[in-house]
Design a binder for this molecule. Structure first.
Ligand SMILES: CC(C)(COP(=O)(O)OP(=O)(O)OC[C@H]1O[C@@H](n2cnc3c(N)ncnc32)[C@H](O)[C@@H]1OP(=O)(O)O)[C@@H](O)C(=O)NCCC(=O)NCCS
Length: 212
């Protein structure tokens, strides 16, 4: 594990600084994407999420996700500064193996450049390679940006959850189903009569999303 002085090499953005950042929107910016790499990444993730998402999370919640599924969490950097992150998990749920996107943030000056799309795509690819059959998340019904982003990626609104968030706002549960052909057949799971799970090969189906 790296020391905290290394963590300080990455600048965690302050709000005033954010407003002053000027990006040349006409030029290509080079963004570096990294898998969660250890405890030194945790303050970077927490800082972005605490600032941009309405729901408060404890350090235990962050650790739950990044310790158990480090391969599903990514950070985006520009010139050494963390400017975006995604935190996810996966596991069995009602006889399916599914991914779940818990947190997604890109800081304001860097929005609209496809960074969230890249973060989501990277996590979803790992989920698919790991045998997930679907991926879900919740988004505030008022969060037009997130709903547009996920809609563009092929997610559908599966359910409306009344007053889901602590701020009293309803949520949409969004879902993206992966076609069988996109999942590594060796990783597909089925439920045996005794309730245990087994890996099986399934027939191919055609998909249309950009992930397949
Ligand atoms: C939602 C969020 C992650 C999007 O990040 P981003 O890097 O700007 O997203 P992308 O550039 O990949 O956007 C891809 C597409 O999503 C849609 N989209 C994203 N933000 C949008 C907005 N504010 N309004 C309308 N459409 C939007 C657009 O279709 C966009 O494609 P386009 O730019 O070619 O039109 C970012 O706005 C954010 O961090 N918001 C605050 C935190 C949050 O709401 N997280 C999601 C919780 S569910």
């Amino acid at each position: 594990m790296e020391s905290s002085s290394t963590a300080n090499n990455y600048k965690v953005e302050e709000e005033e600084e954010e407003e002053n950042v000027e990006l040349d929107l006409s030029s290509e910016i080079e963004i570096e994407y990294m898998n969660y790499g250890g405890e030194h990444h945790l303050p970077l993730i927490m800082s972005l999420v605490d600032k941009e998402l309405s729901e408060p999370y404890s350090i235990f919640t962050y650790r739950y996700f990044v310790y158990l599924w480090p391969n599903l969490s990514f950070l985006a950097f520009h010139k050494g500064k963390c400017i975006g992150t995604i935190v996810c998990k996966m596991g069995e749920h009602r006889h399916t193996f599914r991914g779940y996107i818990a947190m997604l943030v890109v800081i304001k000056p860097y929005r609209g450049k496809g960074i969230a799309t890249e973060l989501v795509t990277r996590s979803i690819r790992v989920m698919m390679e790991s045998g997930c059959e679907e991926v879900t998340l919740e988004a505030e019904v008022t969060n037009k940006g997130a709903l547009a982003l996920y809609g563009r990626l092929g997610f559908i609104r599966a359910k409306r959850l009344f007053r889901y968030y602590l701020n009293g706002v309803d949520a949409f549960r969004l879902k993206l189903l992966f076609p069988r052909s996109a999942i590594n057949p060796a990783l597909l799971m089925t439920t045996n009569e005794d309730g245990s799970h087994a890996h099986i090969n399934r027939e191919s189906q055609e998909g249309s999303s950009q992930f397949y």
